[in-house]
Design a protein around this ligand. Structure first.
Ligand code: OOG
Ligand code: MG
Length: 260
């Protein structure tokens, strides 16, 4: 029986992604798999993606809203990495043949105008680093069966990152009250859920501060130009082939993704 190591965790999750197959939680098999080890695995997984030609373009937060935490049964937020290979250009369908069991969730998205490094970052300080705010969506695609995992599992799996898209409307963070910015989630024209920005840690700026501080503790900084997905505002909905999921924001426009 092969010993569990950080590299083995990365091997197994990379293979699951490449071969489009889900697996059981690693915590079931690796009792010493703790949060610190999981973040080491996450960083190594991304190092491998970078070595294979992908570029880091930002970070995502996960499990920042009560809707997400309740669904996943985990009450702690987490951070993960975004690369250029995860971007879905406007109008391009999600590549269902390359995904395992994709689900879509609405996200408030920041683009940073300056570097931001924790610890000690407050929401107010975090907001000063934001150049633009967008409405967007994330296509999550856990490498675990039925999206069932514990916190170290999902951290190592880069927080279920799959693809993401950003809407056409850019706003200055000073022009918009993100706590009351509303979003409707629609599947094939039927509204299935709603939330406001306050669902995300009380205000998405709190999520950004959390990312800066969490990454700072691990020796990383957020960089100018990076994209930050602040976390699903509602529970995610399954994306089916031929179906379209749309997110409609009050001030941040609408955007859609289809299962192609
Ligand atoms: C974990 C990823 C969570 C979010 O926005 O909360 C996430 C999952 O739900 O599989 O991306
Ligand atoms: Mg998300």
């Amino acid at each position: 029986m092969r010993q569990w190591t950080v590299d083995r965790v990365v091997d197994e999750l990379s293979a699951a992604e490449a071969e489009r197959r889900d697996r059981g939680p690693i915590t079931d098999e690796y009792p010493d798999f703790d949060l610190a080890t999981a973040y080491l695995a996450q960083d190594r997984l991304i190092e491998r993606k970078v070595a294979s030609g992908e570029t880091i373009i930002g970070v995502k937060l996960g499990l920042t809203s009560r809707a997400k935490q309740t669904r996943m049964g985990i009450d702690a937020p987490l951070t993960a990495w975004l690369t250029d290979a995860m971007v879905l250009p406007a109008g391009e369908p999600a590549p269902m043949a390359r995904l395992i069991h994709p689900r879509v969730e609405p996200e408030i998205v920041f683009v940073l105008g300056e570097d931001l490094a924790g610890p000690g970052v407050t929401a107010a300080r975090a907001m000063q680093a934001v150049e633009y705010v967008y409405g967007g969506y994330e296509v999550i695609d856990s490498r675990y069966q039925d999206f069932k995992f514990k916190l170290p599992d999902v951290v190592a799996d880069n927080a279920s990152a799959g693809r993401f898209g950003i809407g056409p409307v850019a706003r200055s963070p000073h022009d918009i009250d993100l706590a009351v910015e509303a979003c409707l989630l629609d599947v094939d024209g039927e509204i299935v859920d709603t939330a406001t920005g306050a669902a995300v840690q009380g205000h998405p700026a709190e999520a950004l501060a959390l990312a800066a501080n969490g990454l700072g503790r691990r020796g990383h900084r957020l960089k100018a130009g990076w994209i930050v997905l602040t976390g699903g505002m509602t529970d995610a909905v399954f994306l089916n082939p031929g179906s379209t999921v749309s997110v409609h924001f009050t001030n941040l426009g609408s955007t859609s993704v289809s299962g192609g």
